[in-house]
Ligand binder design. Structure first.
Ligand code: AMP
Ligand code: GLY
Length: 427
């Protein structure tokens, strides 16, 4: 079967790496992919948001399944585009339609959905510019820190957490005034939840679901979780505090009502759901939904799947996921992201990367790389995710931290403390 993976990051490389191990004969394509995906797939120079170009690539390469990596094509309706086109309607798209993708594409929709289905989440209210005075009053009644969220997709920059009331009001005005364009026409203000975060993923065919390995992402640029937010600087799986008792609560209070809620609302959801959760004193709350897998979480989730990923995706496509088996490896996987100097602000691209061929005890997933004049060069802020497996988290971390210094490019940086907050916890 010919399969196309849309996207160009470490998540897509991890998906392709896993699919390449399938027992089924698969021919893999990536659009646009990166230098890493090219090792197991054919990269096509196609922008995932250019649906007409995706269509021609699908037809000319006889693609039968499309896996959508990032959120933007989902929120823009790529699944609906395939379904509506007679030439494409037999192609299986792994990823929800526009309505299902609203779980990620509209924070106001997601909060309303959780309220309708009694899914635990922070208390909130949504405001538009004409209700600015009410928004200020609502904020005044909350205890700091204040949480402001632009309703739409804002490239990961749409969530602000601020301690000072006056500053919060200034930021509220900036968002309602158009800082994030249409994404900020509505602002969600919510109660601050204090706890420890984790990411839980499911794959669903709209009827049943399977829970994939959970992961913890390290979002801040600086050690000790300080400094600016990034796409993610590293991840670990499993998460020691995600005990069977905690995961039972996640399944009963969050996963089951979410899948049932989608069905009740007539939303046919085939794909991944990423639950961004906060563990507040042992109780799970949903911080956010995403309509896709996480990055860099996928770089630890994929290596922990014992099962054939294609079999699960085929179960989604055939709507019989219930009959497929998911086996998860007991060992720990960690990933350390190597970034280009300046990230998450301005950074340069095009630095030559050397040393990846010297890595023997880790998997090097490519996040922002390309081949230029026959050389491997950086082409993004997050460059490589260096993943290792081990019997324990410290063992896996040691492998990644031995591998990372063997890889070189100008301005390379990485966090040396991935997993730091989990080490004291019982494994
Ligand atoms: P993102 O939506 O990925 O940009 O991330 C926003 C981050 O803000 C989350 O990962 C949390 O760390 C934090 N956050 C969002 N909502 C809340 C909340 N209600 N209480 C505490 N922290 C939050
Ligand atoms: N690592 C967080 C995300 O993929 O959104």
């Amino acid at each position: 079967m010919n399969i196309l993976i849309l996207g160009s990051g470490g998540r897509e490389h991890a998906l392709i790496w896993k699919l390449a191990q399938s027992s089924k004969p698969l021919k893999l394509f990536a659009a646009p992919g990166n230098a890493g995906t090219a090792s197991a797939a054919i990269n096509l120079p196609v922008d995932p948001l250019d649906f007409a170009a995706v269509k021609s690539a699908v037809i000319s390469n006889k693609i039968q399944m499309v896996i959508v990596g990032p959120e933007a094509p989902l929120v823009e309706g790529i699944s609906d585009f395939f379904e509506a086109d007679p030439e494409l309607s037999s192609v299986n798209v792994i990823g929800p339609g526009k309505q299902g993708a609203m779980l990620e594409g509209s924070k106001d929709f997601a909060k309303g959905f959780m309220t309708r289905h009694k899914i635990p989440t922070a208390a909130y209210a949504t405001f538009t510019a004409d209700r600015r005075a009410e928004a200020a009053e609502f904020l005044y009644k909350l205890d700091p820190p204040y949480v402001l969220k632009a309703d739409g997709l804002a490239a990961g920059k749409g969530v602000l957490i601020i301690s000072d009331y006056q500053e919060t009001i200034r930021e509220l005005d900036a968002i309602l005034g158009g800082r994030f364009g249409d994404a900020g026409k509505k602002v969600v203000i919510e109660q601050y939840l204090s706890g420890i975060e984790l990411s839980v993923f499911i794959i669903t065919d709209g009827i049943s679901y399977k829970i994939l390995p959970e992961a913890k992402d390290y979002k801040r640029i600086g050690e000790g979780d300080t400094g600016k937010n990034t796409g993610g600087m590293g991840a670990v799986s499993p998460v020691p505090f995600a005990t069977p008792a905690f995961m039972k609560k996640v399944e009963e209070k969050i996963i089951i009502p979410t899948v049932a809620g989608l069905r009740k609302e007539g939303i046919d959801y085939c794909g991944f759901i990423f639950f961004g959760l906060m563990n507040v004193g042992g109780e799970p709350f949903v911080i956010e939904y995403n309509a896709r897998l996480g990055d860099p979480e996928s770089e630890v989730v994929m290596p922990r799947l014992e099962s054939d990923l294609f079999d699960l995706l085929d179960g989604v496509a055939c709507r019989n996921l219930m009959d497929r088996t998911l086996v998860i490896r007991a060992d720990t996987a960690v990933t350390v992201m190597m970034i280009s100097g300046g990230y998450p602000d301005n950074y340069r691209k095009g630095f030559e990367i050397t040393g990846t061929d010297k890595i023997t005890e880790s998997i090097v997933f490519h996040a922002g790389t390309k081949i230029s004049d026959g050389r491997l060069v950086t082409s993004g802020g997050r460059v490589l995710a260096v993943t290792s497996a081990g019997g324990t988290m410290p063992e896996a971390l040691e492998k990644s931290y031995r591998s990372v210094p063997k890889i070189h490019f100008e301005g390379a940086g990485y966090r040396k403390d991935i997993g730091f907050d989990l080490k004291a916890t019982k494994e």
